[in-house]
Design a protein around this ligand. Structure first.
Ligand code: MSP
Length: 645
């Protein structure tokens, strides 16, 4: 029988910066769903990729002194690397700079133009440069961009527009007939009440103010604005072509679900369906708008110094632990928050104590009592039935949770049967049974039940922790891991042998790791502060710099200044015949005798000033090394009087 297809996508990430763990959450979530559907027997096509055009990227590239293509090549490879480190099983990684994509986007644009769905006009509005969006006065929040809160400025531009208004009725009808199209319900209400009901305005779909985009094929002055370019990725990746698409497109389209963040649901549930209606193509079956992941209570941002990247977490905790944490902590509709504290706690309690311990002690007992063999499963007692039905009860819960995109509930269902299995060990006390030779078969049955429950747990863990799942199956030495095999209890054959017990998760030393993380976060916050300071400093031209005369000078004499504890009075040889006096606020860090004979850098054309009775003619250079440490910059190898430029 031919497998049923399942097409699932993530949003394509902007190649503006390396993505933080919040951005990476979406691919892990989507991967868990894709893996689960594969386990169920679907023929899954899982698409992810990068969104690489737009003014912001052109600006970033300019600031970095590289071409936009060089810039996006670098960031796209970082993004792909993170997807790979997170062990995600995408079938295709699309880049909007891929040749086939650009060509198809141009054809889409041309088709829509020729049939009158795209027309040329003029756009006048308030423009937000970072978001590349025009807004109307009424859309602003406190006079600022409603998306990012930054300043907007009036702008006017000749542009092409997509006739959204023409499709308003058709979209409303579609939403009525497909009540699950926008998911969850709260998002649907938001879209209908805030955007559709007030009436759709035609959408600006080209720009002439920057160049980094797919050119409008029949108008050199314009590039296709990012949403038509970006959204089309879902069909161009499958080989869509208005003149005749590939087999892959015919097989997989429409998408079963687009997984996107809450901020871009509007684009996926209004603009995208209308584009498809205009193209005469079927609409995706569902759009799931997931909430965001925050760090503590805060939005993650590089400037706050609280950004966490997936690679850092993976290095510290391992990829499966990171996947587990993201998936188990993430709520269904409200924003979630992550913190190192909860991550460590969940690692120790759920992974090391519950799952790790269960596997370790069960496999160890089979080895200890039966030389690794599952010798029988016939000596059952009443409590076994309850146990088995609890273990089997997880799967329907997992299925329902996946259908409802309540992934953390699915994780919980598996964790709960691991806890249940640990409880079964306590209830049956195998170590006591082992003391009584007449209970040998009962002991063997208990251990059989445990190993079978562990097998079921391992298979059910595949979507969340694929490596752990494999490691467990290796330890119990079975490859029976298909979906049907976890619907009933008892697939593992009597007579099979388990492998060696190896700990899956070493417990984390909370105190040690907390110290390390604290130091790391402090260093990040410091670096962010320094970066902000540098960003905040006004730029100067070379002419401005040339106004500062810097010279090497030798300290010939040095003494404290009586009236000022902070000052030292220096007498310098600056290469001229006249000695020069400078008062410097370095008394806290240097004694006069340490300085005599050393060479320093002098700002020689600073206006003289009287400091606590000393006429200071210049200034010497020093560096702020920490909150309370200043170091003079020495230039001992250079001749006094040498000009520095
Ligand atoms: N390029 C657009 C999407 C175009 S799709 C045709 C974009 N890119 S993005 O890089 O800004 O975001 C990629 C995805 O990550 C979006 O779905 C976005 O909502 C999601 N997230 C961004 N920050 C996030 C968190 N802090 N937490 C969870 N998801 C987050 O939007």
């Amino acid at each position: 029988m031919e497998k049923q297809k399942y097409y699932i996508t993530t949003a394509i990430a902007y190649t503006s910066r390396k993505p933080h763990i919040g951005n990476s959450y979406e691919i892990v979530l989507t991967d868990a769903i894709a893996r689960f559907r594969r386990l169920q027997g679907y023929d899954v096509f899982f698409l992810t990729g990068t969104d690489e055009h737009g003014q912001k990227i052109e600006d970033y590239a300019k600031a970095a002194g590289v071409t936009p293509k060089e810039y996006v090549d670098k960031v796209a490879s970082e993004i792909k690397e993170i997807c790979d480190m997170l062990n995600t099983t995408y079938n295709h990684f699309i880049r909007t700079t891929d040749d086939y994509h650009e060509k198809a986007v141009q054809k889409i644009f041309k088709k829509l133009y020729e049939q009158g769905d795209i027309y040329k006009s003029e756009y006048e509005g308030l423009y937000c440069t970072p978001c590349e969006s025009f807004w109307t006065e009424s859309q602003l929040v406190d006079g600022k961009c409603p998306d990012c809160g930054r300043e907007v400025k009036p702008a006017k531009e000749e542009a092409y527009f997509l006739r959204l208004s023409k499709y308003q009725k058709q979209l409303e009808k579609y939403l009525e007939e497909h009540p699950d199209f926008i998911y969850p319900e709260s998002r649907k209400k938001e879209m209908i009440n805030n955007f559709i009901k007030p009436g759709l305005q035609d959408l600006c779909v080209s720009r002439s103010s920057f160049k980094w985009g797919v050119p409008v094929p029949f108008d050199d002055n314009h590039v296709i604005y990012v949403w038509i370019d970006a959204l089309s990725n879902y069909i161009t990746a499958l080989g869509y072509d208005p003149d005749g698409s590939d087999e892959k497109y015919k097989k997989y389209w429409p998408a079963d679900v687009h997984i996107v963040g809450k901020d871009i649901i509007r684009f996926h549930t209004i603009y995208w369906p209308i584009m498809l209606m205009a193209l005469g193509e079927p609409l995706p079956k569902q759009v799931y708008g997931h909430p965001w992941l925050l760090f503590g209570e805060d939005k993650m941002s590089k400037s706050k110094g609280n950004v966490i990247y997936a690679d850092e977490l993976i290095k510290r905790f391992g990829v499966d632990a990171v996947r587990y944490y993201l998936l188990s902590e993430m709520p269904h509709a409200q924003d979630g928050s992550i913190s190192y504290d909860t991550m460590i706690e969940r690692y120790n309690s759920d992974l090391a104590n519950t799952i790790g311990n269960l596997v370790n002690r069960s496999v160890a007992m089979v080895n200890k009592y039966f030389a690794g063999e599952l010798i029988c499963n016939t000596e059952t007692e009443e409590l076994d039935e309850g146990f088995k039905s609890d273990i089997l009860g997880a799967l329907p819960k997992i299925e329902k949770a996946f259908n409802d995109f309540r992934i953390s509930d699915a994780v919980d269902a598996v964790l709960n049967i691991a806890k249940r299995s640990n409880k079964y060990i306590d209830e049956t006390a195998p170590w006591t049974l082992a003391k009584d030779e007449s209970k040998k078969n009962r002991l063997a049955t208990v251990l059989y039940n445990l190993i079978e429950s562990i097998r079921i747990i391992a298979v059910e863990l595949t979507p969340f922790m694929p490596e752990t799942s494999k490691a467990i199956l290796t330890q119990i030495n079975t490859d029976i891991s298909d979906y049907d095999s976890i619907k009933t209890f008892g697939a593992i054959p009597v007579g099979s042998k388990v492998g060696v017990a190896t700990p899956l998760f070493a417990r984390i030393d909370v105190e040690k790791i907390t110290e390390e993380i604290k130091a790391e976060m402090e260093a990040k916050a410091k670096a962010a502060k320094a970066e902000k300071e540098i960003e905040g400093i006004a730029q100067i031209g070379i002419d401005d710099f040339a106004k500062v005369d810097l010279r090497v000078a030798e300290i010939k004499a040095c003494e404290p200044v009586k009236k000022a504890k902070k000052l030292l009075k220096l007498t310098l040889d600056d290469g001229t015949v006249n000695p020069r006096t400078v008062a410097s606020g370095i008394a806290k860090w240097y004694k006069p005798e340490e300085l005599i004979g050393r060479k320093v850098i002098l700002v020689s054309n600073l206006k003289p000033a009287i400091l606590c009775g000393v006429e200071s003619c210049g200034m010497i250079l020093a560096a702020d090394c920490s909150e309370d440490e200043v170091k003079v910059i020495f230039a001992d190898d250079l001749p006094a009087g040498a000009k520095i430029r």
